[in-house]
Design a protein around this ligand. Structure first.
Ligand code: GLY
Ligand code: MN
Ligand code: MN
Length: 386
């Protein structure tokens, strides 16, 4: 039996099976997985520097002495598909290159092009060429894009269980903070520290990103950094925070008022709330992600606020806090919009930011279900602003 926060064997096996179909379709003998969330996804092994090599029949894990006891523990715990450790003494890439060359001439080895620097790739290619026993048939490095991420797009039952529990815990923290901690006189900085403390207290390993607390005029900055400014009466206060639980990230924003809101703040809030409702209502399988973004944008445009909404409507959640699918408008340089499918987990977080009035963002975490959407976060909106 694996630890409840680690993916069970059947999930790991299904992830590897899926990846191997992609490797075979791409004519690859192996994939070198260097992106830490991808290594964790395939092996349950968390470290910032280890790498995995997946072949048709094996998973090899390169780890240095800082991690070998953790790796032994993981292997001893059993349950996972067999992992063969490749101990690293010295440089990881040198161990990798020597191992690849020993496997056979002419291997086509994929690497994760989005996660390997140009310089590292050049060094790997040069060492492979130097060490090749048969100069005519060197090991070839092949650029791949998103082979593991393609599997991560749709969450399996273990991932959904983690994200559901994480969202429940995040909602507990949000309710505590909103009812007890947000009050005139407290500084943004102290409020952020209180949020981070409570995240750990309810079981998160760490915040998923730097907690945002922005009061009054600062709330008009979508990604403000907390300052020493104290919350004033009638201020809009934007709080955006998340946590990592079992490796999985959740992310929530609420905007509230300290005291009695002005009419401008109320109108801004109502418009953003309508945009969030419209976007969540648009979430279902078979819908393109940019259509969900359009639903939010149209609702804000109806209130004359299209210019006040400068960011995307949302993003996927998982082992990274920002991952596919992107819920945004089509634009040059962004990936083609994803078709939403059951098992995807996304944020829906429209906002409107007006200098001199303040900003409002509302963010919830949404599971795409077989016939629509399920809200995983459960935190009331501010009744004084509705
Ligand atoms: N604060 C990061 C986000 O909401 O996406
Ligand atoms: Mn957020
Ligand atoms: Mn977000």
């Amino acid at each position: 039996m694996t630890h409840p926060l680690l993916a069970p064997t059947a999930c790991l096996q299904a992830r590897l099976d899926r990846l191997r179909v992609a490797l075979s379709a791409a004519g690859l003998d192996a994939l070198v997985v260097t992106h830490p969330p991808n290594v964790f996804y395939l092996t349950n092994f968390a470290s910032s520097s280890s790498m995995a090599v997946v072949t048709a029949g094996q998973v090899y894990l390169l780890a240095d002495s800082r991690y070998t006891s953790a790796l032994d523990l993981l292997i001893d715990a059993g349950g996972g598909p067999a992992i063969t450790p490749l101990p690293v003494v010295g440089a990881y890439d040198e161990v990798l290159v020597r191992w690849l060359v020993a496997q056979g001439s002419g291997w086509r080895v994929g690497f994760e092009g989005s996660h390997v620097s140009v310089r590292r790739h050049a060094r790997l290619a040069s060492r492979l060429a130097d060490l090749a026993p048969d100069a005519d048939r060197p090991v070839g490095l092949v650029d791949t894009d998103g082979l593991v991420e393609a599997g991560r797009l749709v969450k399996d039952r273990h991932e959904i269980a983690c994200l559901r529990e994480a969202a429940r815990r995040l909602s507990v923290v949000a309710r505590q903070i909103l009812t007890r901690a947000v009050r005139p006189g407290v500084s943004e900085h102290d409020l952020a520290a209180e949020i981070d403390h409570r995240l750990r207290h309810v079981g998160f390993a760490r915040p998923a990103f730097e907690t945002i607390v922005a009061g009054g005029p600062n709330s008009a900055l979508p990604h403000a950094t907390p300052t020493g400014r104290r919350i004033g009466h009638g201020d809009l206060v934007l709080l955006d925070f998340g946590g990592v639980y079992g490796g999985y990230c959740v992310d929530l924003t609420r905007t509230v008022v300290a005291g009695t809101p002005g009419e401008d703040a109320r109108q801004l809030y109502r418009a953003v709330a309508r945009a969030q409702d419209a976007a969540i209502a648009a979430v279902r399988p078979g819908v393109l992600a940019d259509q969900v973004d359009s639903a939010a944008r149209a609702a804000l445009a109806a209130s004359g606020l299209e210019e006040a909404f400068g960011h995307a409507t949302g993003h996927g959640l998982g082992l990274e806090v920002h991952e596919a699918p992107r819920i945004g408008a089509r634009s040059p340089g962004t990936p083609a919009p994803a078709l939403l499918a059951p098992g995807m987990v996304v944020t829906i977080e429209p906002g409107a930011y007006v200098a001199g009035v303040g900003g409002v963002r509302l963010e919830d975490d949404i599971l795409v279900t077989l016939d629509g959407a399920e809200r995983l976060t459960d935190v009331p909106r501010d009744g004084r602003l509705q």
